[in-house]
Design a protein around this ligand. Structure first.
Ligand code: NAD
Length: 312
């Protein structure tokens, strides 16, 4: 299997690359805006992976680099949902247009299989435990909107140009090499402030958290087992963890266990944040996949790993 991973030097991309190199050569296509060469250095050194440092918005370069591969994995995106508040074109360009470019490059380079990283944010703000068919509510962030637009484009390319696609709606993914997210934010704030940790919202937001290795395993499990032309799967544990729990774990794992946690208040971390989300992993479970770690376990392991990355 010759894999082409757009965003492969990032957090999830580097863990997935760890697995894909077992199946054949991997080309990583990444502009290194967030991702790091160091995350994939061992595979580059062994020759099992190569890195093309380029942008998904450069359609010609993307098409040229993609030719000759069997599978495209598209993971590049704006990494922080709340950045869309300050830069309203960001998700349109880095989400929707980048996804169009990946699909168009696949059509031109005649590559037939695509794995896409979508998100639970496509379900919008709903108290339901969302299953794949539940698209009753619409996204409430520009990030979520771009993920739903990406899914729609993929569906159209599957139908019009004969692609096969695996779309995964992830919960919050956490673990070593994290490049963003609440736990990493909290640990960096503690490194800089030491005595206090300021947390957006009231700390009661609660969401499913998925260990990044479970994420990589689930992606490949679905790829191997799901046989539709368009396969859409939630990939998240069914339970959830609160932001206050993450903050407490970060304080305890830092060199400043007496730091005071200050909540800014409000039920949302920022406009567009879904305060409470739950996902139903049942469709992938029906194929035989079990998410190994609960949200709480995933968060605990991630905080430990990230604390040693941040504090050394
Ligand atoms: P990440 O930022 O670590 O990885 C994205 C990678 O894409 C980075 O290496 C970055 O340098 C690269 N990239 C970004 N824009 C690019 C562009 N225009 N051209 C080329 N490369 C570009 O983030 P991640 O957490 O690994 O997320 C991977 C994917 O999973 C993203 O699409 C993200 O939206 C999605 N996702 C992540 C989570 C999560 O909690 N981490 C949850 C749901 C969905």
């Amino acid at each position: 299997l010759r894999s082409f991973v757009v965003g492969g030097a990032g957090f999830i991309g580097s863990h997935l690359t760890d697995r894909l190199v077992e199946r054949g050569p991997v080309t990583i296509y990444d502009n290194l805006s967030v991702g790091r060469r160091a995350f994939v250095a061992s595979h580059l050194a062994s020759g099992r992976a190569t890195l093309v440092e380029a942008d998904a918005l450069d359609l010609e370069r993307l098409t040229e680099a993609m030719a000759g591969h069997d599978l495209v994995v598209h993971l590049a995106a704006n990494p922080e949902a709340r950045w869309g508040l300050a830069r309203t074109r960001l998700d349109l360009d880095q989400g929707t247009i980048a996804t169009y470019n990946v699909l168009e490059a696949m059509r031109r380079a005649a590559v037939g299989r695509l794995i896409f990283s979508s998100s639970g944010t496509v379900y919008g703000d709903t108290p339901r435990r969302c299953a794949e068919g539940d698209l009753g509510a619409l996204p409430i962030s520009l990030y979520g909107a771009s993920k739903l637009a990406g899914e729609a484009l993929i569906s159209a390319y599957v139908e019009c140009f004969g692609l096969t696609a695996w779309i995964y709606r992830f919960g919050n993914v956490v673990g070593p090499r994290g490049t963003h997210g609440a736990a990493l934010d909290f640990l960096k704030k503690l490194r800089d402030r030491r005595t206090e940790l300021e947390v957006l919202g009231d700390g009661r937001q609660s969401k499913p958290y998925l260990d990044v290795r479970d994420c990589a395993e689930g992606i490949l499990f679905g790829f191997d087992q799901a046989r539709e032309r368009l396969n859409i799967h939630n990939l998240a544990p069914e339970d959830a963890t609160s932001v206050s729990r993450i903050a407490e774990l970060c304080v305890a794992a830092s060199p400043y266990p007496d730091a005071v946690i200050r909540y800014q208040g409000g039920e949302r971390g920022w406009p567009g944040d879904v305060p409470r989300s739950r996902m139903d992993p049942g469709k992938l479970a029906a194929l035989g996949f079990r998410v190994r770690h609960t949200s709480d376990e995933a968060v605990r392991m991630a905080v430990e790993a990230l604390a040693s990355e941040v504090f050394g």
